[in-house]
Design a protein around this ligand. Structure first.
Ligand code: UGA
Length: 439
C-alpha cells in the first residue's frame, strides 16, 4: 500500500510515521519547505517523546519520505490523509480553508481510485465538502476517477502520541462504501493485533464522535473543577472525593483530576466548535457552555489564592513557577493556563521566575522577556516569595524540599495540580494551598 499524508503538524507527522513503522510506504507532504528540509535531516518541528527516533529510523529504511509536492505524491496513492490544521475561525467555528485546499489538489492530481480520509478534527459535514471539492476539480479536468471520502478521527494525546497511535483503544472510521471499508480495514490491520476494535460507521457519526469524545473529557474535567471549588468551601477534600467516585466503574478514574483548567490545541477549540455548530443549527449546547465557563473561571483560581494570601498586594513580589506547558511531556503552550496566570501576576505588579523542562523556547516566543527564565527548578526559587506548581512534570514530583525551603524567601507553595499532599507539606514546614482541598 502507498499512502500520502497532507500536513506534517502534530497529527499528520505522528500518523505518517506510525504507518511507516508498521511497514507501509508513506509520503508526508507539507507546503512549508523549511519544515520538510528539516524533517529530511531528522529535525522535528515538535517535541513528542519517541517520535524523533521513529522518524529517523523509518526515513533510513526508505518507508517514510517527506515532500513539498502533492502533485508528485498523490498519483498512485491508495489512501490520502488530510491532516492539515483547522484553526479556530470566526465565532469559534473551525476554519476549513487548508482542508479544502488539499482536497482540491487531490482532485487535480489523482490518477486512480483512492480513499481520501479526513484526519484533522473537522465539523460534521466536512467530508461532503471535501467530496464536492474533489468532484469539481475532476470536472475541470474532464475526467472521471472513482474515489471515496472517509472520516478517521484521531484520538492521540500529546506526550503519549506514539503509544496512542500504535496501541489505540479503538479506531473509528466513517465510510460510505464497502470498498472504502475494505481499504481502511487492510490499512489498520497491523494495529488490531491486540484485539483493539475498528469501529465502522457512517461519515457524519465519525465526525461527531471526535467532538463528542473531546467534549465529554472536557466536561469531566470542568465538573471535577466545580466539585473541587465546592469541596474547599464545604471543608471536603477533592482528592478523597476523586478516589471515592473514580472507583465506580461507571465513572472511571481517568480525567477526573481537578487543576487550573484544561488547555492545549484541542479541548478549548473543539468545545467551542461544537457549541458553534449546534448554535448554527438552532440548538443550544447548555452543558458545554457551562464547561467552557467553568474552565475560564478555573484558570483564575490559583491567582486568586495567591492574591488573597498576600492581601491583594503582589506589587514587588517575586513568584516562582514550575511548569509552563499546558500539560507534561509536551512543549505546547497553546491555551496554556500558565499564560493567564502570568498575565494576572504581572498586571498585579508581581514578577515571575519560571522553569519548564521542555517548553522554555516555546514560552519565550509567546511571553517574551516579561518574565525571567531559569535553568532549573531550584534556580527559579531564588528569593521568590512563593512557588506555584503549574504543570505536573514528573521532574517536580519528588524534589529536595529542604532546598526549596532554603531558597524561597518564605516557604509557601500553591499547587495547581495537587501533586503534593497538604498534610505532608505542612509537616515539612510549608504553607500549602492545593485545589479543592484545605489540607
Ligand atoms: C486531547 C484528547 O485527550 C485526545 O484524545 C485527543 O486526540 C486530542 O485532545 C486531540 O483532539 O487531538 P491533548 O489535548 O493532547 O489530548 O491533552 P490531554 O491529555 O487530553 O489534556 C488536555 C487538558 O486537560 C490538559 O490541559 C490537562 O492538564 C487537562 N486535564 C486532563 C485535567 O485538568 N485533568 C485531567 O484529569 C485530565
Amino acid at each position: 500500500m502507498k499512502i500520502v499524508v497532507g500536513g506534517t503538524g502534530y497529527v499528520g507527522l505522528v500518523t505518517g510515521t506510525c504507518f511507516a513503522e508498521v511497514g507501509i510506504d508513506v509520503i508526508c507532504v507539507d507546503i512549508d519547505e523549511k519544515k520538510i528540509d528539516n524533517l529530511n535531516k531528522g529535525i522535528l518541528p515538535i517535541f513528542e517523546p519517541g517520535l524523533e527516533a521513529l522518524v529517523i529510523k523509518n526515513v533510513s529504511k526508505g518507508r517514510l519520505q517527506f515532500s513539498t509536492s502533492l502533485e508528485s505524491s498523490i498519483p498512485g496513492a491508495d489512501v490520502v490523509f488530510i491532516a492539515v490544521g483547522t484553526p479556530p475561525g470566526e465565532n469559534g467555528s473551525a476554519d476549513l480553508q487548508y482542508v479544502i485546499d488539499v482536497a482540491k489538489q487531490i482532485g487535480k492530481y489523482m490518477t486512480s481510485y483512492g480513499v481520501v480520509v479526513t484526519k484533522s478534527t473537522v465539523p460534521v459535514g466536512t467530508a461532503l465538502q471535501v467530496q464536492e471539492a474533489i468532484h469539481e476539480e475532476l470536472k475541470t479536468r474532464n475526467i472521471s476517477i472513482p474515489f471515496d471520502v472517509a472520516s478517521n478521527p484521531e484520538f492521540l494525546k500529546e506526550g503519549a502520541a506514539i503509544d496512542d497511535f500504535l496501541k489505540p483503544d479503538r479506531i473509528v472510521v466513517g465510510v460510505s462504501s464497502k470498498e472504502a471499508e475494505e481499504v481502511m480495514r487492510k490499512l489498520y490491520k497491523p494495529f488490531l493485533l491486540n484485539g483493539h476494535p475498528i469501529i465502522f460507521m457512517d461519515v457524519p457519526s465519525a465526525e461527531m464522535t471526535k467532538y463528542a469524545a473531546n467534549s465529554m473529557l472536557a466536561t469531566k474535567i470542568s465538573f471535577m473543577n466545580d466539585i473541587a471549588n465546592l469541596c474547599e468551601i464545604m471543608g471536603a477534600d477533592v482528592n478523597m472525593v476523586r478516589k471515592g467516585i473514580g472507583s465506580d466503574g461507571r465513572i472511571g478514574n481517568k480525567f477526573i483530576y481537578p487543576g487550573i483548567g484544561y488547555g492545549g490545541s484541542c479541548f478549548p477549540k473543539d468545545v467551542k466548535a461544537l457549541i458553534k455548530t449546534a448554535a448554527d443549527n438552532g440548538y443550544s449546547m447548555q452543558i458545554l457552555q457551562a464547561v467552557e465557563a467553568v474552565n475560564e473561571y478555573q484558570k483564575t483560581v490559583l491567582f486568586s489564592k495567591l492574591n488573597n494570601r498576600f492581601q491583594g498586594s503582589l506589587k514587588g513580589k517575586t513568584i516562582a513557577m514550575w511548569g509552563l506547558s499546558f500539560k507534561p511531556n509536551t512543549d505546547d503552550m497553546r491555551e496554556a493556563p500558565s499564560l493567564v496566570l502570568i498575565d494576572s501576576i504581572l498586571a498585579a505588579g508581581g514578577k515571575v521566575r519560571a522553569y519548564d523542562p521542555v517548553a522554555m523556547n516555546e514560552a519565550k516566543h509567546i511571553i517574551g522577556d516579561q518574565i525571567v527564565y531559569c535553568d532549573n527548578e531550584y534556580d527559579v526559587l531564588l528569593k521568590a516569595d512563593a512557588l506555584l506548581i503549574v504543570t505536573e512534570w514528573a521532574d517536580f514530583r519528588s524534589p529536595n524540599f529542604e532546598r526549596i525551603k532554603e531558597l524561597l524567601s518564605y516557604p509557601i507553595i500553591f499547587d495547581g495540580r495537587n501533586i503534593f499532599d497538604g498534610k505532608e507539606m505542612n509537616e515539612l514546614g510549608f504553607e500549602y494551598y492545593g485545589i479543592g482541598t484545605n489540607n
